[in-house]
Design a protein around this ligand. Structure first.
Ligand code: ZN
Length: 278
């Protein structure tokens, strides 16, 4: 895209904000510039994320999960929100957007300063007990992992990092999986896995943001996940215009409600938009 094209695109995006606050839906594409790879982005090999049935039924899967989470935490310790996350926080502070609905579980919107964030797929930083529903921070549980597996983190730190930020550790025989300290139950991340549905109260919050908005901006998402599309359908039924910023095709390309389609990165586009609306 030339600079002129981008300027025209950002001008058109800015027009979406003329009628009042806009709801924003983000996906993996907004976090790639922070160093978190995208499951579906252009040029990335296809991956199969963990499903909840594997997690619940296969103890070896849970060993792989916690081993991967431990090494992933070392390797992703330096990950920070990027210019796209920060631009959305500024737009919210300026009253231009009413909140961010995100399909990401990386917590980067909140860290960038966004106040109203609806994490459709949960928060990977929170671990909950499947038996008694106690909640713990991921860091806390990884500390228990280290106590149960002394030396493991140091000897496996070179493992490959998967798109969810966790590492792919192949040798997990003998890994001791942390358990709930309250009841001994199985611990799991407080995220929506493939095969699970978004909690109704979370979807309702997202739907309320869309219903209160005058337009919807889709940023860094290909809309491959059903919940995101349901929100788009809701916006379309209300006659709301859509703006789309993404690298690569999306499931809504060509639909009449899409008034602006920018093929490009969220960092540069949202930064330009925040400047334009200042
Ligand atoms: Zn428990």
């Amino acid at each position: 895209m030339t600079i002129e094209d981008r300027t025209r695109g950002v001008d058109a995006l800015a027009e979406l904000f003329a009628a009042g606050p806009v709801a924003v839906l983000t996906g993996a594409g907004i976090s790639t510039d922070s160093g978190i790879p995208d499951y579906r982005g252009a040029g990335t090999p296809p991956r199969t994320p963990m499903s909840i049935s594997q997690f619940s039924e296969d103890p070896a899967y849970r060993q792989r999960f916690w081993a991967g989470a431990r090494i992933g935490a070392i390797r992703t310790a330096g990950i920070e929100p990027n210019a796209g996350h920060r631009a959305l926080a500024r737009l919210e502070a300026a009253g231009a957007i009413d909140g961010v609905i995100t399909q990401n579980v990386d917590g980067l919107h909140a860290r960038a300063g966004s106040r109203t964030v609806v994490p459709l797929h949960g928060d990977g930083g929170v671990i909950r007990c499947t038996a008694c529903a106690s909640r713990f921070s991921r860091g806390e549980v990884l500390g228990w992992f280290d106590l149960g597996n002394p030396g493991f983190a140091e000897t496996h730190r070179d493992a490959e990092i998967a798109p969810d930020g966790d590492a792919v550790v192949r040798d997990v025989a003998g890994v001791r999986v942390p358990q709930c300290p309250v009841c001994g139950g199985v611990l799991r991340p407080d995220v929506v896995y493939f095969g699970e549905t978004v909690p109704p109260e979370v979807f309702a919050r997202a739907a309320a943001l869309v219903s209160a908005a005058s337009a919807v901006l889709l940023a860094g998402t290909s809309l491959a996940v059903n919940t995101g599309l349901r929100l788009v359908h809701r916006a379309e039924r209300r006659g709301l215009p859509l703006g789309v910023v993404n690298r690569g095709p999306t499931a809504v390309d060509g639909r009449p409600a899409v008034r602006v389609r920018i093929e490009g990165g969220t960092s540069e586009t949202l930064t330009a938009l925040a400047e334009r609306l200042r």
